[in-house]
Each structure stands twice: as structure tokens, then as C-alpha cells.
Write a protein of this length. Structure first.
Length: 472
């Protein structure tokens, strides 16, 4: 049973400040994460000149490094308090400051380095960025479990986190294409859209400043109310093994993690393909923002309805139903008559809406689901392992980012992508990149649906039991 804070340590009741403050945390994380997810691959392959195969190797090596990084930082967050007043806030602020430095380093214009130097810079910068991002994201994600123990309030936090994450995505998809692309004529006399890689350094600097301000606001607006400090915790290697056992013996956590890996790897980490569809198929990057209708219209619908739907049907039932619709839409999209004109663009956006219906339902609820999984572990083991469990979950999400970028890089190699600035692509490349994008999204939808349907096991009955125990 979760232990609430004693009256002498009481803080103000849960409310709007917590919701808005928690949303700003993912806004801060998102300004960095969305920039890296959307433009890092394009920056290093189209501007710096790293081949798609080399890039895939770099990403996978960095994720092996992340395996250690996430677990170590998660254990540190659980066992090393930087302040008597708060377990998580000092970590978030320190990580935010570090994130600014390495976010800028990642987009340094190093195209004049020798080829081996370019690859080394990409690998080192991305590994350092991963450390900084973990220092922010693990305590921020763990914070969800200690703001409130009320199931519906957890859903509201998850919803607001999704809103916060959407803001940087909107800025990056609407504003940045006009800044980082320009129209030129290639050697064949064709008008093409080219990435202006040199613009991404100042962009990274500005967005990093916004990120730091948003993270600082989170530390001032959110309060920690659930106290697990009396739990007996191991330290060091023993703690890591204990957390790993808790994680992998928690069926709900495993199911949610598999679905998250599919969602992150084959949805969130493949935005570069969407950009390339507009760059090479529709040949108009100024219309990239139109794809936001397909990406975010379903999310807006769920943001409005998610509280009522989950209260009536349970989080699992709502997510599984939406994911089934998304998986079916993905298969249908492969056969849709999409042409490189305005009519085809409308059909393309409609296909994205169907695909993103399932993903949106999951993304909005996933943080409440993870908090439920952590609560299951605490009630089962009596151990305060929020940071370590979230770190393991975060590790798999970040591994999924690497898998997604590697899938994209290898997929582009398979369809004949030519790396380098102002490179001329094969005539069929536009059609092939569109097909590749839909294949990746469809596979991701299907895997996520199967995992949430058949592995994740916290249904409406279990959620009602959580609520009853919380109120006793």
C-alpha cells in the first residue's frame, strides 16, 4: 500500500499547477528529443555526409552504451538524493543544464573533418547527449509516480504530459521546415528541396534555451506527495539486479515496454521518413506541416475524451481498440492511391490519421500505464525502485530510438538512397520512400496492438482495485 506523506509534511492538494508544470517537463525534454529525432539523421546523412550503413552502426553502438548509462543513472536517482527537499527536482535541473551543451554539440557543422572524424564526432556527441537526456528524463518520468497515487489523477498527468510533448513537435514541424530547407536546381536541371545543415546549430541553441526554461518551471510548479522513503532498498550492483528482476517479472511492465518499443521505433523515430516523403515524393517541404493534421488530429480527439473513456472502459480496452483501428489503417494505406499532387496529399494525410489513431491513444495514456506498472511492483516487493524501473523502461524506449533510426537508415539503403549534400536520388526514390514509411508504421501498429492485447494485464478490474485501495 502506498504511504502518503504525514500531515507535518503536507503540501497543497493536487491541481492545475501540477498538471501544467508536469506538461512543461515534457515540453523541455521534447525540444531536444524532437529536434534530434527529426533532424539528426538528415543532418549527418544529407549535410555531414555519413553513409546510411555507417549511421546505422553508430546508432546501435550508442544504444549499447545507453544500456549501461540508463541503469546506472536510474540507480543513482533512487539511491543518491541531491537535496533533502526533493528526490527528483535537482536531477532534472542539473540534467537540463547539461542537455543544452550536448544538444548544441550534436549539431556542430563538422563536415570538413575526415570521414572517420565525422563518424567519431557523431558517436561521441550522441553518447554524451544520451547521458544528459537520461539525467533529465529518468527523474522526470519517475516523478509521475510520486505526484499523486489517485488513478484518475495519474491519467490527467499522462494527458497533460502528452500535450506538453506536442508543443515542441508542432514548432519543429511547422516552423523549422521554412528555416532548414531551400529549393535548388540539381545537376539534372530538376528543382529539389535541400537541407541547409548549417542552420541547425543556431536552431539547436535556441531550442535548448527554451528547454531549460521549461524544465526549470517544472521544478518550481510540481510537488511530490507520495512517499516511499521507508522502503528497504539495495544499493550498487545488487540494486540493479533487484530492479531487473522486478522489471522482468512484472508482466504488465513487459507488455507496456514492448508496445512502447514498437511505438517509439516505428512511429516516433521515423519522422525523418515523413520529411523525405515531402522532400522527394511531393517535392514541397513547405507542406510538411500538413502532415501534422494526420499526426495530431487523433491526439486532440483523445486528449478531449481520454478521461471519460478510460474511466468507463479502462485504459487497456481503450488503447487496444484504438490500436486495432491503427493496424488495419496501416495495411489499407499500403494500397491507397496516393499521387504526388494535392489530391494525393489529402489521401496521405487521411492515411496518417488512421495510423496515428492507435498510436495517439497509447501515447496519451502510456505514462499513466507505466505509473500503474511501477505501483504494481511496489505493492509486490515493497521496494522503492521508481527511478530504476523507469530507467529500464527508458532504456528500452531509447534502444527503440536507435532501432528506429537503424531501420530507417537500412531501409533507405535498400531503396537506393544517395547520401551527401545536393545528392541526386534515383527516379523511383520518392515512391519507394513513401511505401517504406507506411510499411514501418503498419508493422509498428501491429506489434503494439498484439503486446497490449495479449501481454499487458492491468485491466479495468485491476484499475478499480487500485482506486479502492488508494481511497481506504
Amino acid at each position: 500500500m502506498t504511504k502518503a506523506k504525514t500531515p507535518q509534511n503536507a503540501v497543497r492538494p493536487f491541481g492545475w499547477l501540477d498538471k501544467i508544470g508536469y506538461a512543461l517537463g515534457d515540453t523541455g525534454c521534447g525540444f531536444s528529443f524532437q529536434l534530434v529525432s527529426t533532424f539528426m539523421q538528415l543532418f549527418y546523412m544529407q549535410y555531414i555526409g555519413i553513409s546510411e550503413n555507417a549511421y546505422a552502426i553508430i546508432i546501435m553502438l550508442s544504444k549499447i552504451f545507453d544500456a549501461v548509462n540508463d541503469i546506472v543513472i536510474g540507480n543513482l536517482v533512487d539511491t543518491k538524493r541531491l537535496s533533502k527537499k526533493s528526490k527528483y527536482m535537482p536531477w532534472i535541473l542539473a540534467g537540463g543544464i547539461t542537455l543544452v551543451i550536448f544538444n548544441v554539440m550534436l549539431f556542430a557543422p563538422v563536415k570538413n573533418l575526415p570521414y572517420a572524424g565525422k563518424c567519431a564526432w557523431c558517436l561521441i556527441a550522441y553518447c554524451l547527449w544520451s547521458i544528459a537526456y537520461t539525467m533529465v528524463n529518468v527523474p522526470y518520468g519517475s516523478l509521475h509516480s510520486v505526484i499523486t497515487d489517485d488513478p484518475q489523477e495519474k491519467v490527467s498527468l499522462s494527458t497533460f504530459r502528452s500535450i506538453g510533448a506536442s508543443l515542441p513537435a508542432i514548432v519543429i514541424m511547422i516552423v523549422l521546415p521554412a528555416i532548414v530547407y531551400n529549393k535548388t536546381v540539381n545537376a539534372n536541371g530538376d528543382e529539389v528541396q535541400n537541407l541547409k545543415g548549417e542552420t541547425l546549430l543556431p536552431v539547436a541553441l535556441v531550442l535548448s534555451a527554451f528547454a531549460l526554461v521549461a524544465l526549470w518551471a517544472t521544478t518550481k510548479m510540481v510537488k511530490e506527495r507520495v512517499d516511499h522513503s521507508s522502503a528497504e532498498n539495495a544499493v550498487g550492483f545488487k540494486a540493479m539486479m533487484s530492479s531487473a528482476k522486478s522489471f522482468f517479472t512484472n508482466r504488465a511492465m513487459v507488455g507496456a515496454t514492448i508496445a512502447s518499443v514498437a511505438s517509439v521505433a516505428l512511429f516516433n523515430s521515423t519522422m525523418a521518413l515523413n520529411n523525405m516523403v515531402f522532400q522527394y515524393f511531393f517535392k514541397d517541404t513547405s507542406k510538411i506541416s500538413i502532415a501534422m493534421i494526420g499526426s495530431y488530429a487523433p491526439m486532440v480527439i483523445f486528449i478531449i475524451l481520454i478521461g471519460k473513456l478510460t474511466k468507463k472502459f479502462g485504459k487497456k480496452n481503450v488503447i487496444v481498440t484504438a490500436m486495432l483501428i491503427g493496424a488495419i489503417s496501416g495495411i489499407v494505406s499500403l494500397f491507397a492511391p496516393i499521387t504526388p499532387d494535392s489530391k494525393g496529399m489529402v489521401i496521405y494525410v487521411c492515411c496518417l490519421m488512421g495510423l496515428n489513431l492507435g498510436n495517439a491513444g497509447f501515447q496519451i495514456s502510456v505514462w499513466a500505464i507505466v505509473a500503474d506498472c511501477i505501483e504494481v511492483s511496489y505493492r509486490k516487493t515493497g521496494k522503492s525502485e521508481e527511478g530504476s524501473l523507469y530507467a529500464l523502461y527508458s532504456f528500452f524506449r531509447k534502444l527503440a530510438q536507435g532501432i528506429g533510426q537503424a531501420v530507417v537508415a537500412l531501409g533507405l539503403s535498400a531503396i537506393g538512397f544517395v547520401e551527401g549534400e545536393n545528392a541526386i536520388q534515383p527516379e523511383s526514390f520518392g515512391e519507394n520512400v513513401k511505401t517504406l514509411y507506411f510499411v514501418v508504421l503498419a508493422v509498428g501498429s501491429l506489434i503494439a496492438f498484439l503486446s497490449m492485447k495479449f501481454i499487458y494485464n492491468i485491466g479495468k478490474k485491476e484499475e478499480e482495485e487500485f482506486a479502492a485501495q488508494t481511497n481506504t
